[in-house]
Ligand binder design. Structure first.
Ligand code: FAD
Length: 404
């Protein structure tokens, strides 16, 4: 590797705040850092402050289970996430940093005819849009993951699956640190422990953001604050159609490699993937109540363990190493809100809920383009905030469920 290969130590310590920046990004998670990278590398904008109230990528970026896929159900969603997957394919080269992208495919299981029908719809849309998404029968499922309990004759018999060869995983903190290192090298400043506490608005523009370390005047502002998006937008007088729910996950002790693909069961609300360290990462659905809390619960641990052991009975007795939660900003249609806000210089990258890691690169790239040109590109237009007034919703609920 080259002499100036970025390593995590290359991210400078938090500098003094300047009185103004061309672009202020609220949130130093993957999305905010990716936006800083694409702004500085492709649009020549380097007067950027990324403001992070905690530590780099300590929000949902470092808490997610790293599913990357494009097998959604709306053509608009598939087009967007397909671009996201293709960016991951070249991301280690783009960042000169190994993000450990592993495109090993995702298998989503159908335990009922109704689920299979919806898989056929997703497969047809996926094929039409040029992704690798197909329905396989029970025998096909067994060939892909021979260790699965097919539960023949049981209540959760596996009838088939949605096989998405484009699916994969990447190392979440490597993604965030890679974007941070590249953005820093081009002059973007990353300010950790810098919390935006209020937003000054005059007329139809944001004048400044006020932080615990001082006031910053800004040319443009991007909100990319993960689970706090609703609250941060409200500081600028904008009420987003977002409600926050905890989402939990856990990992087992490391095991020898045996699970090559990502496996997800919608009926069991459980999905599994084996990490490169051998741990089985297990996730599921959101907690059933609104809450700003990153505490995990025994109830969810039991639920995830039961689902995992049903699918792979030999996991019984394997120890759980860690369990954690993130605060997810859910929209009514399970699609993000990207693009313009009611304020001329305030841009939104919000509503990423339980599914936004896979979009880290593409959201950063497209939001950078939006801010630099002051114009929303076609691929982002369907995700506009106005869709909740015009009822042009992008319903991805059925394709999000426990597949993340
Ligand atoms: P974050 O990474 O949350 O970054 C936002 C940052 O803003 C935070 O670091 C926060 O501290 C900071 N911030 C908040 N308020 C302020 C403020 N006032 N001032 C300054 N900074 C502030 N997605 C997938 O695609 N695949 C998955 O498999 C997947 N699994 C998940 C599993 C779990 C358990 C969770 C919790 C989420 C999962 N997600 C998944 C969703 C994904 O993690 C998020 O959608 C994505 O990480 C959002 O990235 P972000 O950069 O927008 O937000």
């Amino acid at each position: 590797f080259s002499k100036d290969y970025p390593v995590t130590g290359d991210i400078p310590a938090t500098p003094e705040l300047r009185p103004s920046y061309d672009v202020v990004i609220i949130g130093g998670g993957g999305h905010g850092l990716a936006s800083a990278h694409y702004l500085s590398k492709y649009h020549g904008i380097t007067s950027i402050a990324v403001l992070e109230k905690g530590y780099l990528a300590g929000g949902n970026t470092a808490r997610n289970t790293t599913t990357i896929r494009s097998n959604y159900i709306t053509p608009e969603g598939v087009a967007f996430y397909k671009e996201g997957v293709s960016l991951f394919q070249g991301l280690s080269q783009e960042l000169d940093f190994n993000v450990m992208f592993s495109q090993r495919g995702q298998l989503t299981l159908a335990h009922s005819e109704a689920t299979l029908r919806s898989f056929h719809l997703r497969a047809e849309i996926g094929k039409h849009m040029g992704t690798r998404t197909e329905v396989v029968d029970a025998r096909g499922v067994e060939e892909i993951v021979p260790q699965l309990n097919m539960d023949r004759g049981g209540a959760l018999e596996i009838l088939g699956g949605l096989w998405h060869a484009d699916g994969g995983t990447a190392r979440h903190d490597a993604v965030a640190w890679g974007f941070a290192a590249q953005a820093s090298r081009r002059g973007a400043e990353i300010h950790q422990r810098t919390e935006v506490q209020s937003v000054e608005v005059a007329g139809d523009r944001v004048q400044a953001v006020v932080t615990n370390r001082g006031r910053i005047a800004c040319g443009a502002v991007l909100i990319a604050a993960g689970g706090m998006n609703y609250d941060v937008a409200l500081m600028a007088g904008i009420e987003l159609p977002i409600r926050c729910y905890p989402l939990q996950a856990m990992v087992t002790q490391p095991l020898k490699p045996w699970l090559d693909t990502l496996v997800s069961s919608v009926s069991l609300h459980t999905y599994l993937v084996q990490s490169s360290r051998g741990e089985i990462v297990i996730g599921g659905g959101s907690d059933p109540y609104q809450l700003y809390s990153t505490r995990s619960t025994l109830d969810m641990k039991e639920h995830l363990a039961a689902g995992a052991v049903h699918l792979f009975p030999f996991l019984q007795g394997v120890k759980v190493l860690r369990q954690w939660a993130g605060i997810t900003d859910m929209t009514p249609d399970y699609s993000p809100i990207m693009g313009a806000s009611p304020l001329a210089n305030l841009w939104l990258d919000c509503g990423w809920g339980t599914w936004g890691f896979k979009a880290t690169a593409v959201a950063g790239k497209r939001m950078a383009e939006t801010i630099a040109k002051g114009r929303v590109p076609d691929v982002l237009k369907p995700f506009a905030l106005e869709r909740f007034e015009t009822f042009r919703l992008l319903n991805e609920m059925g394709a999000t469920a426990a597949s993340h």
